[in-house]
Ligand binder design. Structure first.
Ligand code: NCD
Ligand code: ZN
Length: 489
């Protein structure tokens, strides 16, 4: 090989969703130039000895809340992406429940500019899909990674669209090819339950779980799937917390709906038994549920019903998590930095393979969000987004030492096995030997420019209605039809 490389990683075991093999990786200009025998590698400016280590595609965490702009005491894009770098995460998708919410092209543009200044890792930004923002969809679609729709109330108090508005929103988004991520909890059920709990004088942590029983999520997932089936919209069910949601998810997949699912470590590793110990710290939406949900969630990852492991990294200040009245405690906790070590601990225990982990954390999110094969895989031509991992390194999660500004999690004290030692984003070290590379601040780029999502198959478009009510439509880069044109076919 004649070309020369910036970096060659030798001696490591490369992990794909299907195999683990010992090869070298050559990187030039941020891209993987070659994967192969050490003797076949080009000359390089620098080499990294990864003997005894595993070389994983960097994690793509499609669900983080970096709070920027709006809540600088909880997190900002610099601290959040530093936490990502420490977690072996090379791409994050940031949620729109910031102040102001990411619902207009102007606000989105400002957020892009801010993030580009501060990010240590690559990022995508979600656009808010609410009743008032449907009209902005065609413009927002040009630079968002996807849309976020809140079917129920959670931190940030974003209003919940009616089912009617949701149908229209899906119809408009379907024409753009983007995917809609759903906070799938039905608001009206939770509101009534919470009122009953409060009226009964309940302020204890378990009252939070009681106010959001699994039917809240089951109803929302089922309804969202029906609307997605009708419109052809792609949807992604965020933070699946219960075994009961799996049935509507499986059924929708079997019907051919383009629906994907995600779960998070809190639903795999914590349970209702932990509310006494953690009190408000464990409060999160959807709630951590009864232990009997854990095995079915693991099984759903294994059989492909759930596609993705993400974190819902939701940082808050200590005083916001430790109030006595559960209804006044902010929901969520950080996770972007601890997901990989927690999941690798299960690899060490033999619950699933390192290949499975790479499928759920990198390859699947890359495919679902249209980033594959530029991201989510270690092969020639892909971005050099890499986590170099020591599978035998033991670690104890210590909230006080996290990169996140939020130093309070229900994972504190957990002993883990398997830790990222180095994280590279497009060939550049952003975390090296468990130290942040400070100069990498501002290296992160928005991934919307590489996103490729072919237009979905058109579904039920009502000729009469679309002829009368002109929803905003866009002629996408692939020149796909508007809803009106489709109706005429
Ligand atoms: C999230 C937050 O704090 O932004 N909180 C949470 O409990 N999960 C919002 C969300 O994802 O629901
Ligand atoms: Zn949510």
């Amino acid at each position: 090989m004649s070309a020369s490389a910036d970096l060659v990683i030798n001696g490591g075991k490369i992990v794909t969703p299907d195999a683990v093999f010992e090869e070298s990786v050559a990187i030039a200009d941020g891209v993987i130039l070659a994967v192969g025998a050490e003797s076949a590698m080009p000359s390089a400016r620098e080499t990294l000895d990864a003997s005894g280590l595993h070389v994983l595609p960097g994690v793509i965490d499609d669900h983080v809340h970096f709070r920027d702009p709006g809540y600088p005491h909880k997190e900002d894009f610099a601290s959040g992406t530093a936490a990502a770098a420490f977690g072996g995460v090379t791409t994050v998708f940031d949620m729109p429940n910031t102040i102001p919410p990411t619902g207009t092209p102007e606000i989105l543009a400002a957020k892009h500019e801010m993030a580009a200044q501060k990010a240590h890792v690559d990022f995508g930004l979600y656009g808010l899909l609410g009743e008032d923002t449907i009209r902005h969809v065609p413009e927002l679609a040009k630079t968002v990674i996807g849309f976020k729709l809140y079917m129920g109330n959670t931190f940030g108090k974003i209003p919940t669209p009616s089912t009617g508005a949701m149908l229209e929103a899906f119809e408009v988004v379907a024409a753009t090819g983007k995917r809609v991520s759903l906070h799938a909890e039905t608001n009206s059920i939770m509101e009534r339950r919470e009122t009953r709990m409060r009226d009964a004088g309940r302020v204890d942590p378990l009252a939070h779980l009681a106010s959001r029983p699994a039917v809240v999520a089951v109803e929302a997932v089922s309804r969202a799937a029906i609307l997605a089936e009708w419109t052809g919209a792609r949807i992604h069910i965020l933070h699946i917390s219960s075994a009961d949601e799996l049935r509507p998810l499986r059924e929708a997949k079997a019907r051919g709906v383009d629906i994907t699912g995600e779960t998070c470590p809190q639903y795999l590793f914590l349970s209702a038994d932990d509310y006494g110990r953690f009190a408000g710290v464990i409060r999160v939406n959807p709630p951590v549920r009864e232990k009997r949900n854990q095995e079915p969630l693991f099984a759903a990852l294994a059989d492909g019903t759930i596609d993705v492991i993400a974190t819902d990294h939701a940082p808050h200040a200590i005083e916001e998590k430790t109030r006595n009245d559960i209804w006044t405690v902010d929901c969520g906790f950080p996770g972007v930095e601890t997901q990989m070590p927690m999941m690798l601990t299960e690899v060490a225990a033999g619950r699933f393979s390192i290949c499975d982990y790479v499928r759920w954390s990198a390859a699947n999110p890359a495919r679902i969000w249209g980033l594959y094969p530029r991201k989510g895989v270690i092969q020639a031509g892909a971005d050099a987004d890499i986590a170099v991992v020591d599978l035998s390194r033991e670690w104890t999660i210590d909230d006080a030492k996290l990169q996140s500004l939020s130093r309070i999690t229900p994972f504190h004290g957990r002993r883990t096995r398997g830790l990222p030692l180095h994280t590279l984003v497009r060939g550049r070290f952003v975390m090296r030997e468990r130290e942040l590379v400070a100069a990498a601040r501002g290296w992160g780029r928005s991934v919307h420019t590489i996103q490729q999502l072919p237009a979905p198959t058109p579904r039920n478009i009502d000729d009469t209605i679309t002829a009368i009510v002109r929803f905003p439509t866009v002629a996408g880069p692939t020149g796909h039809a508007t809803p009106h044109q489709r109706g005429k076919r």
